[in-house]
Design a protein around this ligand. Structure first.
Ligand SMILES: [Fe+2]
Length: 194
């Protein structure tokens, strides 16, 4: 089998394993950890993901988003993200579960909690609660309402696998936060905020 054929098979097997975990255990912190284990096993096979097959088209944005597979109804969507050299997303949610693991390079994830009483429309305070540098062998699990941001620096090759309960174009009702302004806004599906 060619590398591409092996990759296609490995992606299909991983997506099937994750589909089975969700069917059996639902969406919980524990089931997401089982999904992360499946994603880590896939990411470990870096030879299946040669950088030349997944170009970085732009330094800063989502141009390096490569679709690896999703169900006909948009569920269980996997992407390879070829990271930029200088990336900072605002804090955001996904309205579906998410797993992030590294094939190559470092993607810093910061995590937040909302601290205001939600009494004022459009206003929100969020506070950072932790962070994790997603490098090979580590990964992030996010529940649908969890808030995170992504940060990348440097010109080294950065390739991460992102898996979501539904495909990015189908994530509706998402929220992003402006920490300096103390505001939030809903946003339409956007590939820059994965
Ligand atoms: Fe995200």
């Amino acid at each position: 089998m060619s590398i591409a054929e092996q990759r296609t098979q490995a992606i299909a097997e991983t997506r099937e394993a994750i589909r089975a975990i969700e069917a059996r255990d639902g969406v919980t912190r524990e089931s997401l950890e089982a999904m992360r284990a499946a994603m880590l096993a896939l990411a470990e096979r870096a030879e299946l993901f040669p950088p030349d097959d997944f170009p970085q088209k732009d330094d800063t944005s989502a141009q390096g988003l490569h679709e690896l597979g999703e169900d006909d109804d948009g569920r269980f969507a996997m992407y390879l993200v070829r990271g930029g050299n200088h990336v900072d997303t605002p804090p955001h949610n996904h309205t579906t579960w998410a797993i992030v693991v590294s094939i190559r390079g470092r993607e810093l994830n910061k995590f937040y909690e909302r601290t205001d009483d939600r009494s004022v429309e459009g206003k929100a305070d969020v506070r950072q609660t932790g962070e994790l540098a997603v490098v090979p062998g580590t990964g992030v699990c996010l529940m649908p309402d969890d808030i995170h941001s992504i940060h990348m620096r440097g010109d080294g090759v950065k390739m991460h696998l992102h898996m979501y309960g539904v495909a990015i174009p189908r994530m509706t009702g998402r929220v992003r936060y402006d920490m300096a302004a103390g505001t939030y806004e809903h946003f339409l599906p956007h590939p820059d905020l994965r």
